[in-house]
Design a binder for this molecule. Structure first.
Ligand code: ADP
Ligand code: ASP
Ligand code: MG
Length: 417
């Protein structure tokens, strides 16, 4: 028999009926004789509510106490699922992060898992006990609860799969797989049978929130066979318990993909902001003077464009930050103005970064030109561009998000027939 990790996201455990449905998926695998560890998220909306309460209590708050509050959502779901499983006759026990323990580093609010001691959970597999583990949380070196950053239950699941040597990690969510773009904004998006780790990593880091970036990294490094699949289907429908070929999208090595497209998918990330520093002194060390303090403050700087101005002694520096960090970034730059000597700071929020992703871009030319032409034909202005070997990212006005995603999806032939 095999060993499985099953992860259920917020919508999948959104109310007691849904938890009951989730329990049927778990029971199906346990009845088949597999060792089963389940990782759960907080009920849909719960984490946002908890984050909101922290902000209401005080806009600036201690990250340890934030973690104490927001980790509670997963604790509730783990207990409720264990109760539901027990009522169905399944031997189940809930585990909070510290009880396993799942050890993390000390970056409260955005901690990384360092080690999972799953010996006790594995021992209980021999007693046919199902482990129901609270996702998103672990134990930091200061002996306090730490959370893994939004969407972190995916990472808990993949890390748990690596720790117990699972044959498969199934990420159950509210869509039935990974699509060529977010099916919520492009109904013509197609579900992929497989996607490579590298492309999934790009999709996730460029905004496709179906998997947390870190979970894909871990799956790639530890070679965890990871499927994205739907929790809403009838748990006992034919094929649902198929061990080798479960329904959904397999995240796998590039060489496991037979038909490779040039462009695999389109991702987008809303709520970007752009900052331009006009006429910054053009001398060595200027970029370090700008981006050093931002990095120290934990501001994630993304697309960076530097223009040489006509005179040659000054340069314009433009870059993006998450809109939520704009005020913080502006304050830092204004404070450090004397060291950088720029003429003016301009900023704009409400922007979106749309990205075209595909491993095939390595060996094909003209992919970027196609995107620029298609966006121009729709009257969508491009504010900044960055590229890498397997992606092109384009910054646009947020009002054009849906139009841009659909346009790019169509122009690369990704629309379903
Ligand atoms: P969960 O609560 O299960 O973790 P999330 O809301 O975090 O679920 O992620 C699932 C959502 O990701 C889907 O509802 C979908 O709208 C969104 N999504 C964005 N891009 C994609 C994509 N390329 N394929 C599938 N889903 C996507
Ligand atoms: N509940 C957490 C969040 O909403 C973690 C997760 O769902 O993955 O971010
Ligand atoms: Mg998620």
């Amino acid at each position: 028999m095999a060993r499985l990790v099953l992860k259920f996201g917020g919508t999948s455990v959104g109310d007691i009926d849904r938890i009951r449905n989730v329990a049927r998926h778990v029971k199906r695998e346990a009845d088949a004789g597999h060792d089963v560890a389940v990782v759960v998220s907080a009920m849909a909306g719960k984490t946002n509510e908890l984050v909101g309460w922290c902000r209401q209590a005080s806009p600036i708050h201690d990250a340890r106490e934030y973690d104490a509050v927001v980790a509670s959502g997963e604790q509730v779901t783990a207990g409720l699922l264990a109760i539901t499983l027990q009522a169905m006759g399944v031997n189940a026990r809930s585990w909070q992060g510290w009880q396993v323990p799942i050890r993390t580093d000390g970056s409260h609010g955005a901690a990384r898992i360092q080690d999972i001691d799953a010996a006790e959970i594995v021992r209980r597999f021999e007693e046919r006990q199902v482990a129901v583990v609270a996702g998103f949380q672990g134990l930091a070196p200061d002996n306090r609860i730490a959370t893994l950053g939004r969407g972190g239950s995916d990472t808990s699941a993949v890390a748990m799969a690596a720790a117990i040597g699972a044959d498969r990690c199934d990420i159950y969510t509210d869509v039935d797989g990974v699509y060529t773009t977010d099916p919520r904004i492009e109904p013509k998006a197609r579900r992929m049978a497989r996607i490579s780790f590298e492309e999934m990593l790009e999709m996730a880091s460029l905004g496709a929130k179906v998997l947390q970036v870190r979970s894909v990294e871990l799956a790639m490094v530890h070679k965890v066979r990871t499927f994205v699949r739907s929790s809403f289907e009838d748990p006992d429908a034919p094929g649902m318990g198929d061990f080798d070929n479960p329904p959904g999208t397999l995240i796998c090595d590039e060489d496991e993909i037979v038909e490779q497209q040039v462009v695999t998918g389109i991702a987008y990330s809303k709520d970007e902001a752009q900052i331009s520093l006009r006429r910054v002194e053009d001398r060595p060390g200027v970029a370090a003077a700008i981006f050093g303090p931002l990095a120290d403050a934990g501001v994630n700087v993304d697309m960076i464009v530097q223009n040489i101005s006509e005179s040659g002694d000054a340069t314009d520096m433009t870059f993006t930050v998450p809109a939520g960090d704009l005020d913080k970034a502006t304050a830092i730059l204004e404070k450090a103005k004397s060291q950088m000597r720029y003429d003016a700071l301009q900023s704009e929020s409400g922007l979106t970064k749309v990205s075209v992703i595909g491993i095939g871009m390595r060996s094909h030319t003209g992919v970027a030109a196609t995107a620029f032409k298609a966006l121009a034909a729709r009257g969508i202005n491009i504010k900044a561009i960055t590229t890498s070997e397997i992606k092109i990212s384009i910054l646009i006005d947020g009002d054009f998000t849906e139009l841009a995603v659909r346009t790019l999806h169509g122009v690369y032939g990704l629309d379903k027939a």
